[in-house]
Design a protein around this ligand. Structure first.
Ligand code: S3P
Length: 449
């Protein structure tokens, strides 16, 4: 794998010509991880089209192999998985190394931890800092034993699962699709009904895919913004076909690049429009962005659209905390857009950003400081004082802290700043969007690595 321990490779971007053209970004990371996992847990063959072949997903594929799946890459993006089935997982011979992948590791704790095998999870320096208690607590209630863990409930950690898990009803302490998904996946090997209550609805790919593979899932509203999701345990999941829609969290980078680069007019094709993923688009439209949703259609059970994006004058807005789950990975790039807006953008309630691939609140603030953008952190809110299209840029290389989205966000910023922007390491971009630099260059961006 390209990342983890290599020497850092700085990347720089500078302003140049307007961005023009049509691109298609790779498959959705969330759905790609889940495609592998559901393939493993099914009986028979699953065929996946459009899989994101980023490092994170490849780690999940390796883990699925170690747990008993037969996985073949037939062509770029086209994969075949023959599953081991619920209850049929084998004990992995080695440590499951998830690299940088929070989603892969947390979901797989639910999968491997719910089986009567011993499995050890580890990852890179970023993953080793991330909190896993949020997963271990509910799994413990389901009968999973945490054999060992690094200080504070972190990887490396070892789980030993029961023969079957105990069905539970659990209210998640944070708005997190990863927590919800780990519990539901562990509930698959339970003889009863497992219910997850979330106070704020988060991305629903696990629920949708459970049904697609043949499980029975009930979803009812809970409170003002929440949901209660109930899974009937021990279904027989059947291998099936999956078409992975493109990742709105990756599309966010060329989208904001077009908005802030004068003269730009870009079409991003086939972007997944699941309403639990489109908070950034809602926000940018409120800010005055010219984003047209064209040719809406169904792809792989999700609505997708071609997005035509033109350079726009943006105005600062307040982004309510309630919108955070639908744009949780998009705050770094929103902060970039906000830097070019007129007036202040206040992003409320960003505490979850502190436990992403890096402390994203701190990393974004440090990058803004390098670029000369006025900003403040007030409690869990980030305020960005935009300078109406004119951002200095330059400064020292932005520290990316092994975080792909910090790297991409500040490279996008550099396409419209007066002075070029440099990020200290571009290697992690390969975790989620390996074709980021070539695709941006196709649109006319000047990025040097
Ligand atoms: C993801 C959930 C989110 C998101 C991550 C992918 C998923 O994490 O940040 O990139 O696929 O379930 P949280 O559940 O921690 O918010």
């Amino acid at each position: 794998m390209s990342h983890a321990h290599g020497t850092p490779s700085p990347v720089a971007s500078r302003s140049g010509t307007p961005l023009k053209g049509r691109i298609r970004v790779p498959g959705d990371k969330s759905i790609s991880h889940r495609s592998m996992i559901f393939g493993l847990l099914s009986i028979g063959e699953t065929r996946v089209e459009g899989l994101l072949e980023g490092d994170d997903v490849l780690r999940t594929a390796e883990a699925c192999r170690a747990l008993g799946a037969t996985i073949t890459r037939e062509a770029p993006g086209r994969w075949r998985i023959v599953g081991a089935g619920i209850g049929g997982l084998v004990e992995p011979k080695d440590v499951l190394d998830f690299g940088n992948a929070g989603t892969g590791s947390r979901l797989m704790m639910g999968v491997a931890g719910s089986h009567p095998i011993t499995s050890t999870f580890d990852g890179d320096a970023s993953l080793r800092k991330r909190p896993m208690r949020r997963i271990l607590d509910p799994l413990t209630k389901m009968g999973v034993t945490v054999v060992s863990e690094a200080e504070g409930g972190r990887v490396p950690l070892t789980l030993r699962g029961p023969k079957e898990t105990i069905p539970i009803t659990y209210e998640t302490p944070a708005a997190s699709a990863q927590i919800k998904s780990a519990i539901l996946l562990a509930g698959l090997n339970s003889p009863g009904r497992t219910t997850v209550i979330e106070r704020e609805a988060t991305r629903d790919h696990t629920e949708r895919m459970l049904r697609h593979f043949g499980a029975s899932v009930e979803v009812v509203p809970h409170g003002a913004d929440g949901r209660a999701i109930t899974l009937q345990g021990q279904p027989e999941l059947r291998g099936t076909d999956i078409v992975v829609p493109t990742d709105p969290s990756s599309a966010a980078f060329p989208l904001v690049a077009a908005l802030i680069t004068p003269g730009s007019d870009v079409v991003i094709e086939g972007v997944m429009m699941n309403p639990l993923r489109t908070g950034l688009i809602t926000t940018l439209i409120e800010m005055g962005a010219s984003i047209e949703r064209l040719n809406e259609r169904d792809e792989g059970g999700e609505t997708v659209a071609d997005l035509r994006v033109r350079h726009s004058r943006l105005t600062g807005v307040t982004v309510p905390h309630a919108r955070a789950p639908s744009m949780i990975d998009e705050y770094p790039i929103l902060a970039v857009a906000a830097s070019f807006a007129e007036g202040t953008t206040r992003m409320q309630g960003l505490h979850e950003l502190r436990v992403k691939e890096s402390d994203r609140l701190a990393a974004v603030a440090a990058g803004l400081a390098e670029a000369g953008v006025a900003h403040e952190i007030e409690g869990d809110d980030l305020l960005v004082h935009g300078s109406n299209g004119k951002v200095r840029g330059g400064g020292n290389p932005v520290a990316t802290h092994l975080d792909h989205r910090i790297a991409m966000a500040f490279l996008v910023m550099g396409l419209a700043t007066d002075q070029p922007m440099t990020v200290d390491d571009g290697a992690m971009i390969a975790t989620s969007f390996p074709s980021f630099i070539p695709l941006m260059r196709e649109l006319g961006a000047t990025i040097q690595d």
